[in-house]
Design a protein around this ligand. Structure first.
Ligand SMILES: [Zn+2]
Length: 356
């Protein structure tokens, strides 16, 4: 197995498929898995191995260029708007016709293909036309029905969310104490990138306990609920600080690299900052989800306690159960709700009513 895949954690089946594919690659691969499942890292490693005459030796000129993210025949393309548009695919089709400059083939990595539902026919056409020297690696968080035809023209490789124990052991391997590693793994939603950031984030446990202690505060009336909701949204916002710092450092490093190469400006800067903004939005919603999960666990503990307390605590048990259901229902609505504060207030009011 090529050492290029070493950084991908816990996706042995996917890596075995990709390694096997290097022997006789086809024209398109579709890597499907949520954010933080390792599919981006795997795509980069696979692309690097595809441009190396030795399937990823790690030392030749092609491998060195790929490792420095400067290989002219590995091109990552991102959408320009909220979805992958026909216009985006037109640019991709033009790029696909290009002849490789350094290697025997060129590799086009296409982000966010799950957002190409409306432009799927154009994507299909783009996949069918290019010369045999072009290989596509499509990346998708999931596979909407509109993309089934696309998937049938590609080799599909699944990147399931990482199990909690894999994330916990990756964190522990990096020096995190085992108990913290387990707490973080539970709040990571199977996303190793997020888990690694949380492991460096000393404020994470404080945020989690603010969520977990919310049931104690919501009994004291509407005014307190408004303050609590505001506090919770504020800590969710503050949670983004380490990611924003990391993104600023990444951008600065890329600019310094490009200046050292004598370039006047960083190529692809706009796409990079847009991608960072998207990752920040996603991180924020994952943070909110982790908070709601902590809140839900508090009610699960209350429920267990009430159930073990016998018949006189039946009402209490019922309230805790109803609260758990209300939080589950709210998780789905948060995803589409532009006004988080209002949605959270309304959830907390429901939880307060459940207590009465
Ligand atoms: Zn090589």
């Amino acid at each position: 197995m090529t050492p290029l895949f070493d950084e991908v954690v816990g996706q042995e089946a996917a890596i075995a498929t990709l390694t096997q594919a290097l022997v006789s690659p086809v024209h398109a691969y579709l890597l499907v898995g949520p954010s933080g499942s390792g599919k981006e890292l795997a795509a980069e490693a696979f692309a690097a191995a595809l441009v190396c005459p030795d399937r990823g030796c790690g030392t030749c000129r092609n491998c060195q260029l790929a490792a420095a993210r400067r290989h002219p025949d590995i091109i990552e393309t991102s959408r320009t708007g909220a979805t992958v548009s026909v216009e985006d695919l037109r640019s991709l089709a033009a790029l696909a016709q290009r002849r490789p400059l350094e290697a025997a083939r060129q590799v086009l990595i296409v982000d966010d293909v799950h957002l190409a539902t409306k432009s799927a026919p154009a994507l299909l056409k783009t996949l069918e036309e290019p010369p045999p020297s072009t290989i596509f690696i499509l990346l998708a968080d999931d596979l909407p029905p509109e993309l089934v035809t696309i998937a049938s023209r590609c080799v599909e490789v699944a990147f399931p969310p990482l199990p909690m124990r894999t994330i916990a052991s990756a964190l522990a391997g990096g020096g995190c104490d085992p108990e913290t590693a387990r707490t973080i793994a539970r709040a990571s939603g199977g996303n190793l990138d997020r888990a690694r950031l949380l492991a460096e984030d000393s404020a994470f446990s404080v945020r989690l306990s603010l969520w977990a202690s919310a049931p104690q505060r919501i009994g004291s009336g509407g005014g307190e609920i408004a303050i609590l909701a505001k506090d919770l949204i504020e800590v969710t916002e503050a949670a983004l600080a380490p990611l924003k710092e990391k993104h600023a450092a990444d951008l600065a490093a890329r600019i310094a690299e490009s200046e050292a190469m004598g370039e006047r400006s960083l190529p692809g800067r706009k796409e990079l900052t847009e991608k960072q903004a998207r990752l920040e939005r996603r991180y924020r919603s994952e943070e909110l989800r982790a908070g709601l999960g902590a809140l839900q666990r508090t009610y699960a503990d209350l429920l267990a306690e009430a159930v073990s307390g016998g018949p006189e605590r039946v009402a209490e048990a019922r309230h805790a159960g109803a609260s758990i259901d209300a939080i589950t229902a709210s998780i789905a609505t948060f995803r589409h709700n532009p006004n988080e504060l209002l949605a959270l207030q309304s959830l907390l009011v429901t939880l307060a009513q459940n207590r009465i």
